[in-house]
Design a binder for this molecule. Structure first.
Ligand SMILES: [Zn+2]
Length: 181
């Protein structure tokens, strides 16, 4: 099956990374010719085109040419059967979108996972807020009940004071009646 590493295809290495440096008969001209040939081949051979560094995050929605990217299957020896995004206008020699499908899918999954985590954190925070509000309401109710009880106690206290006062007056009158009898 395919090679699932996330590196972009290194097809151009076959042309550039020749063993000219290692050879005893190294020649600058020979290397230049090879480089030129590689460039010519690169423009002629549109599949797979070199990767674009500014490729869109996740599944590409639009090509640089304005076209809609579509998926195709790789038939290279290094990535047989691997799906990739490309453009219908890729043969016109201009810059077009090119991206492995699994790389794009991995980016999308990671973004969704991050979004899910953020939403989950938000839900946790909102439920915490809601719990806090419920507790606050309960505390308010308790506070009101306590205040009402206090008011009732104060009334009872005042009545008790009145009764005490009246009893004192009665006692004083009784005492005076006994003294002046
Ligand atoms: Zn295009």
């Amino acid at each position: 099956m395919g090679n699932y590493s996330y590196t972009q295809p290194s097809w151009s290495e076959d042309y550039y990374d020749n063993d000219a440096d290692a050879d005893s008969g190294y020649s600058q001209t020979e290397a230049d010719i090879l480089l030129d040939q590689a460039e010519i081949d690169a423009t002629r051979r549109q599949y797979p085109p070199p990767p674009k560094p500014e490729v869109e995050f996740g599944f590409p929605k639009e090509c640089y040419c304005g076209g809609e990217p579509h998926t195709a299957t790789s038939y290279t020896a290094t990535d047989p059967g691997r799906r990739f995004y490309t453009c219908a206008n890729r043969d016109d020699g201009d810059c077009h979108v090119w991206k492995w499908w699994d790389v794009a899918a991995t980016e999308e999954i990671r973004a969704i996972s991050t979004q899910c985590q953020q939403l989950s954190d938000k839900v946790d925070y909102l439920s915490f807020l809601s719990d806090y509000e419920t507790q606050l309401d309960e505390a308010k109710v308790l506070h009101n009940e306590t205040e009402q009880k206090l008011v009732r106690f104060e009334r009872i206290g005042k009545r008790f004071e009145l009764v005490l006062g009246a009893m004192l007056v009665v006692l004083v009158i009784i005492g005076m009646v006994i003294i002046f009898k």
